[in-house]
Every structure is written in structure tokens, then in C-alpha cells.
Design a protein around this ligand. Structure first.
Ligand SMILES: Cc1cc2nc3c(=O)[nH]c(=O)nc-3n(C[C@H](O)[C@H](O)[C@H](O)COP(=O)(O)OP(=O)(O)OC[C@H]3O[C@@H](n4cnc5c(N)ncnc54)[C@H](O)[C@@H]3O)c2cc1C
Length: 448
């Protein structure tokens, strides 16, 4: 039990390593590693966050934040961990088309709340991801090419900074810009006000092609992406589906290519747009349809259960056939890297916006996701992928780097931004968090 004076300062529970409930409180979606703080503050509201930061400042401790654990990078070793899962309030303003969300709100809950008004947030593929962590890392959503990065659709930010101050930031504040795309480097966000878009229904789903058609599907998708409007955002993933019961029968154990589509236009236009994809050949699975936006999580069908994963990525200026061939040489069955490969089509509205999101000019992002329990093989596989894609790589996305160690070091973080953007963030970090209290993250080194 932690000292009672500390307990009385918080409305939510707090935990020391010896306390019952400590292990449950720090557990997250990533199971390869966990935080091991000396104090956990289970924040109920912004005042608990402020008290947690103040406690850390008084004791010279660093602060980590966890909403869901999907994006755990640098695990806290000592220090204070603020868990935000209890801060799950959502208030939708249908007239203004905005939502105010607490720090612990997950994408699925916000999708549901907005759908009641025929609106949608700019969420990503998985309903269990935390909206605040997602937005702070840029936020590449299902409708990204039409609406851009979620970080460009933030109206206001409530934040506790390293000096223990609660601040309400709007775009006029210099700190607003820095916070909106820097992954928690400037403080603990207690709430965000986000734009919603008037999308109640979309045309989308998945087309899955069996092993003999994987290369044809990759080549056809690549050519097809050059022809589609920005109202269509798509991804191709090459997956070896596990041979287990939760996977639908036709996909179990199959090495296959899955093309995922989200289109905000009419069903007739959607059907016409995807016709060239259906010409690739027979599908193992084809559920392209008009769907309420509330079903959009089925487009990617990300695994809902916690597991151990690591990933690298490359933002590419173009997706040349040679790049696809290099990737396949490494990751096809029999290659040296056992991974899920996921390539998302970028461009459109992603190119504009003010938030510090790196490499907006990229046309594609290649993600390579490996099993983190493979230990030493993980950094080698990631290095091999990066080397193979180097001729076309312009940078890396911070939201899609998973794993500790080298994947979370300062050099990798710097590669998430153009050099001049990183330099500006590093100078602001020196001003607002000079002692690097918020360092259990993809850390921006304070630098004047
Ligand atoms: C299955 C899966 C699917 C994904 N899909 C997408 C996608 O489609 N598009 C996309 O862009 N990203 C996607 N991501 C990446 C995801 O957006 C990031 O990993 C994000 O950081 C997760 O945030 P979280 O709060 O859920 O995770 P957490 O691990 O709880 O938080 C991650 C980090 O975010 C920061 N953070 C979180 N909350 C706060 C806060 N209140 N104040 C300050 N800092 C905070 C901290 O640095 C923390 O370490 C996906 C990840 C997974 C595992």
C-alpha cells in the first residue's frame, strides 16, 4: 500500500508494486513487455492527472501514460504511470460536428456515440485503440485520403504540463501545434475536442485472394490505386492466417492477400470502382457492401486480443514493382522474415494540414508486423525490410512503430519528422519539459 497522504490526493485508485491490482492495472494490449512504475495513478479525471504529475515533479520522477497499451514503446522502469482508461466520457455536439473525449476513450466507443447523429470520427482500423494516443501519433484513419490525418482535426486540447499546470489549448497557442502530433512528449492530455464528419454509411469491406493470386493481387492493387478518387482509401495486407477456430473456415491457415476498401461515395460508384479488383480472380472471401459506419471495424478485422507484436514501417515516395518484389523476396513463405505485410494507400488530404506529422508527401506506407516473441530475430528482420525498401523510403511513421529497444530509440523518433520539424519540436520540448519528465514514449530529446 502506498502512503495514505498520497491516497487522499486522488479520486481514482493508486497502486504500488506490492498492491493487489497493480499487475491488472499496468497490463495492456502489448504483451511483449509492460511498464513497471513505482506508482500507478488510475486517474478518474483531470485533477487526478494533475496530482499525479505534481507528485512526480516533487519526487523527481518521470511520468508514463497508458490508455490501452496498444502503442507501448519505452516501458517505464520506476516513475509514475498514469492510466487513463477510467476517463472515458464522450460528449457529441451534433450541430458543431465535434466530440469532446476523455483521455481513455477508445475508437469503437466514439464511433458508436457519433453514429447516433449520423456522424463519424476519423478513427483507424481497430476499435480498441485509444483515440488520444492515436491522434497524438498523427492518426491515419479509414477515410484518410478524403479527410487527412486525425491530428489535423483537433479543435482543442486539455493538457497537464511538466510544471503541473492544467492548460486548455486552442490552435492559437504555440503548444497546441507541438502537442497535436508528438505522441505525449509535452504532457498528459486529459481531453480532446475533435471534428466529426457527416458519414453515416460507407461502401467497403475486404476481398481476399488465395496464395496463387497473392502476387497478382499486389500488382493489380498497386496499379489500381493510381486510378481511384480520394473518397476511396484502401490497404492491401499479405497475411498467413492462423489455423485456429476464431478465423473463418475458408481463411484458416491460408497465405493470402486481403484488399481492404473504404469509400464514402454511392454504392453504385463503389461497385464500379472495385470491379477491376474482382477481375483479379476468385476470392476466398468478399464482403464488400454498403455498411453503417459503425461496422467499419470489420474492414480490417484487426485482432481484438492482447498479444506480443513488433513492427517497422517505411513511408514510400512511390510503390515501384521493384519495391514490391524486394518485399516479397523477404516476406513470402520461405523468405527470411515471417510477418504480416500491410501497405496503405496515402495521398489526397493527407498531404495538407498543420499538425507535426512527418512525410506528408508519401504515397504509400509499408508496414511489416512480426511476432515479438521471436526475440533477437525481430531487429534483424526489421533491419532487412528497411534495407530492402531504402531506395524508396522517405521516412517512418511513429504510430506504426511497435516494439521496444531500437524501435523506440531517439534516432527512430527523429526519423518520424522532417529535420526542421523535429528541430522545432526539440526546442519546444526544452522550453516546456526541460527535464524530460515525459520520456517513456517515442522521445523527443530537449534541445535548444
Ligand atoms: C491493432 C492496432 C491497430 C492500429 N491501427 C492504427 C491505425 O489504423 N492508424 C493509426 O494511425 N494508428 C494505428 N495504430 C497505432 C496506434 O494509433 C498507436 O499505437 C497509439 O499510440 C495507440 O494509442 P493507445 O492510447 O491505444 O495506446 P497506449 O499504449 O495506451 O498509448 C501509447 C502512447 O500514446 C501516448 N499517450 C496515450 N494517451 C496519452 C495521453 N492522454 N496523454 C499523453 N500521451 C498519451 C503515450 O506516449 C503512450 O505511451 C494501431 C495499433 C494497433 C496495435
Amino acid at each position: 500500500m502506498t502512503d495514505t497522504a498520497t491516497h487522499s490526493n486522488f479520486a481514482g485508485p493508486i497502486f504500488a508494486p506490492v498492491d493487489d491490482g497493480y499487475a491488472e492495472e499496468i497490463a495492456g494490449f502489448q504483451t511483449a513487455y509492460t511498464h513497471s512504475p513505482s506508482l500507478v495513478v488510475g486517474a478518474m479525471h483531470a485533477e487526478d492527472v494533475r496530482a499525479g504529475v505534481e507528485y512526480a515533479a516533487r519526487h523527481g520522477l518521470a511520468v508514463a501514460v497508458q490508455a490501452t497499451g496498444h502503442g507501448l514503446s519505452v516501458a517505464a522502469d520506476g516513475g509514475v504511470l498514469i492510466t487513463t482508461g477510467r476517463m472515458d466520457k464522450i460528449a457529441v455536439d451534433p450541430q458543431a460536428r465535434t466530440a469532446r473525449i476523455g483521455a481513455g476513450v477508445r475508437a469503437g466507443a466514439l464511433v458508436e456515440a457519433a453514429a447516433r447523429y449520423g456522424l463519424a470520427p476519423l478513427n483507424g482500423s481497430s476499435p480498441s485503440v485509444g483515440m488520444v494516443g492515436y491522434v497524438l501519433g498523427g492518426g491515419l484513419g479509414l477515410m484518410a485520403r478524403e479527410f487527412g490525418y486525425a491530428a489535423d482535426h483537433v479543435r482543442s486540447i486539455d493538457l497537464v504540463t511538466a510544471d503541473g499546470r492544467m492548460r486548455s489549448l486552442t490552435p492559437e497557442d504555440e503548444l497546441f501545434w507541438a502537442v497535436s502530433g508528438s505522441g505525449g512528449n509535452f504532457g498528459v492530455v486529459t481531453g480532446l475536442e475533435l471534428d466529426l464528419v457527416p458519414v453515416a454509411e460507407i461502401f467497403g469491406g475486404q476481398l481476399v485472394f488465395d496464395t496463387p493470386l497473392v502476387d497478382a493481387a499486389l500488382a493489380a492493387w498497386r496499379e489500381w490505386t493510381a486510378t481511384v478518387p480520394t473518397a476511396l482509401t484502401s490497404t492491401v495486407a499479405v497475411v498467413t492466417y492462423p489455423d485456429i477456430a476464431p478465423v473463418p473456415e475458408p481463411l484458416r491457415g491460408k497465405h493470402a492477400a486481403s484488399i481492404r476498401v473504404a469509400f464514402t461515395g454511392s454504392v453504385a460508384d463503389g461497385e464500379a470502382l472495385v470491379a477491376p479488383l474482382r477481375e483479379i480472380g476468385d476470392r476466398l472471401h468478399d464482403d464488400l457492401r454498403a455498411m453503417p459506419y459503425a461496422e467499419s471495424h470489420t474492414i480490417h478485422s484487426d485482432p481484438p486480443f492482447p498479444h506480443a507484436y513488433a513492427a517497422t514501417n517505411a513511408l514510400l515516395s512511390e510503390l515501384e514493382p521493384r519495391a514490391l518484389a524486394a518485399l516479397r523476396a523477404l516476406t513470402a513463405p520461405g523468405g527470411s522474415v515471417d510477418a504480416v505485410v500491410d501497405i496503405r494507400h496515402l495521398g489526397g488530404a493527407l498531404r495538407q494540414g498543420n499538425a507535426p506529422v512527418g512525410w506528408r508527401e508519401a504515397d504509400y506506407i509499408v508496414r511489416v508486423i512480426t511476432d515479438a516473441s521471436e526475440g533477437d530475430a525481430v531487429p534483424d528482420s526489421h533491419a532487412a525490410v528497411r534495407e530492402a525498401l531504402a531506395p524508396w523510403t522517405i521516412g517512418h511513421s511513429l504510430n506504426f512503430l511497435y516494439g521496444a529497444g531500437a524501435a523506440a530509440n531517439a534516432t527512430q523518433t527523429a526519423h518520424g519528422y522532417a529535420p526542421e520539424v523535429y528541430a522545432r519540436l526539440a526546442a519546444m520540448k526544452a522550453k516546456y519539459d526541460p527535464h524530460n519528465m515525459f520520456r517513456f514514449n517515442r522521445n523527443i530529446t530537449p534541445q535548444r
